[in-house]
Design a protein around this ligand. Structure first.
Ligand code: UFG
Length: 335
């Protein structure tokens, strides 16, 4: 019995592949490499000592996907594949709806044809929209500020409806907060396309000399230092959350949602300082305008994941900053 990872060569998928392999699971990956490098799999092999079966295909390609299910004994799917750039989704909404929704529907059709009932889905804290209060609990109101976020919320609904219709179906919807860091080997990590949108890849590219300075988007938010507050979580902790979710879907039915966060909010300037303290590198920055669509504060209440999945984040900000830097500094141009 194997676990199929759609988008398994990506940032979170590749780290999850390692954690699952460590726990003795057989893993299969399907990825079209539209936002990842085939070289990731060589690095995963270095780390795990295992050749992970890999299919190069688009999840929306039903024939190709069916072949994967026909050739393997798949027990559970972790569905990472999807476009994920917030800004691009505002410019090209149809592209995002077409890709993210279509691939999920195709996946669900093929799963049903092959009698596969278990799925773990990559959702996002972005589905909370503008939080009315923090920390965020799973029962709070949802609503999005961009098409990318809506695709996540729509897919959550599709999975809930599927679980209502099919009593054998089991879905875990994981709402990720802000994953940063990298595998401690420094061999795999996040590789953004072009200029990074997200804070930590931007910081590490300033540190390595590829970018001049960080723009801090707004210092007039109602937070302790005026800059945005987020729940940064180490990607290896996040990956371990998927292992816990795989165990959960194997013994529960229905659809359940869990936050994957640390429960701790840290501001942009706190991250800049933590990076300096961890790595001895000062990050030059300027204060810039607020970025449209950003919220002041977003952090998780992680209690439900602890109670339901037996999972909690263990790594601290120093680990996150050190591991992000080890990855960036030893791979300045990526893979
Ligand atoms: N920030 C800067 N300068 C930068 C980049 C980011 O100041 O160059 C600030 C942002 O304004 C924000 C914080 O750093 O206050 C975090 O920003 P990120 O872009 O790293 O992360 P977001 O919280 O905006 O978005 C992330 C993911 C989304 C996901 C969302 C869920 O990128 O995919 O979390 O809340 F939807």
């Amino acid at each position: 019995m194997a676990i199929l990872l759609t988008g398994g060569a990506g940032y979170i998928g590749s780290h999850t592949c390692i954690e699952l392999t460590k726990e003795g699971y057989d893993v299969i990956i399907v990825d079209d490499f539209s936002n990842s490098s085939p070289k990731v799999m060589e690095r995963v092999k270095e780390i795990t000592g295992k050749d992970i079966p890999l299919y190069r295909a688009d999840v929306a390609d039903k024939e190709a996907l069916s072949r994967i299910f026909a050739e393997n004994d798949i027990e559970t799917v972790i569905h990472f594949a999807g476009f994920k750039a917030v800004g691009e989704s505002c410019r090209l909404p149809v592209k995002y709806y077409r890709n993210n929704i279509d691939s999920t529907l195709t996946l669900l059709e093929v799963m049903a044809e092959y009698g596969v009932h278990n799925i773990v889905f990559s959702s996002s804290a972005t589905v909370y929209g503008v939080p009315k209060k923090v920390p965020l609990t799973e029962d709070m109101d949802t609503g999005c500020t961009n098409p990318y976020g809506w695709t996540k919320l729509m897919i959550e609904q599709i999975l809930r409806d599927t679980a209502t219709a099919d009593k054998e179906f089991s879905a875990v919807l994981l709402r990720y907060f802000n994953p940063i860091g990298a595998h401690e080997s420094g061999r795999i990590g996040e590789l953004p396309n072009g200029i990074p949108n997200n804070l930590m890849p931007y910081i590490t590219q300033v540190a390595v000399g590829k970018l001049k300075q960080l723009s801090v988007f707004g210092n007039d938010y109602p937070t302790h230092d005026g800059t945005g507050v987020r729940d940064f979580i180490h990607v290896v902790d996040l990956a371990k959350g998927h292992v816990a979710a795989v165990k959960y879907v194997a013994s529960n039915k229905g659809a359940e949602v869990f936050n994957l966060g640390t429960g701790i909010g840290n501001s942009v300037l706190v991250i800049v300082k933590a990076f300096k303290d961890a790595n001895g590198i000062e990050i030059p920055y300027v204060i810039a305008e607020r970025r449209s669509g950003d919220v002041a504060e977003c952090y998780a209440d992680p209690k439900k994941a602890f109670e339901g999945l037996g999972w909690k984040a263990e790594k601290n900000l120093t680990d996150m900053c050190k591991d992000s830097w080890r990855w960036q500094s030893s791979n300045p141009d990526g893979y």
